[in-house]
Design a binder for this molecule. Sequence first.
Ligand code: DGP
Length: 114
Amino acid sequence: MSDTIFSKIIRREIPADIVYESDEVLAFRDLNPQAPVHVLFIPKRELATLNDAGQTDALLLGQLLLAAADYARREGFAEQGYRTVVNCNEDGGQTVFYLHVHLLAGRRMHWPPG
Ligand code: DGP
């Protein structure tokens, strides 16, 4: 049984502000938001990093992005815009080793990212 924070959130062992759930995907607000809207989309089937995804995970990866886009439409900021980010390993800035898509919105994003 995995012991990452996000596995515990899926198992409801620690609380989270859950904003979306399907059979495959769970989404909840980031504890340390970097924008007025900062939601994390995670697969219920655990993958540690994007490097661990293969062809059999292609549908699941698409579902994560589509869930983020649906959320943006539902919340009314899709047209204004938003950013999705997947950090991978040390240089990518990944700190929780359970694959997740960040959805950031509500302010103008900068490029290049830090
Ligand atoms: P990353 O650096 O890409 O691995 O992002 C991990 C994110 O997870 C970071 O933005 C903070 C967030 N986070 C860490 N611990 C918790 C937690 O216990 N609850 C929630 N909701 N978010 C967390």
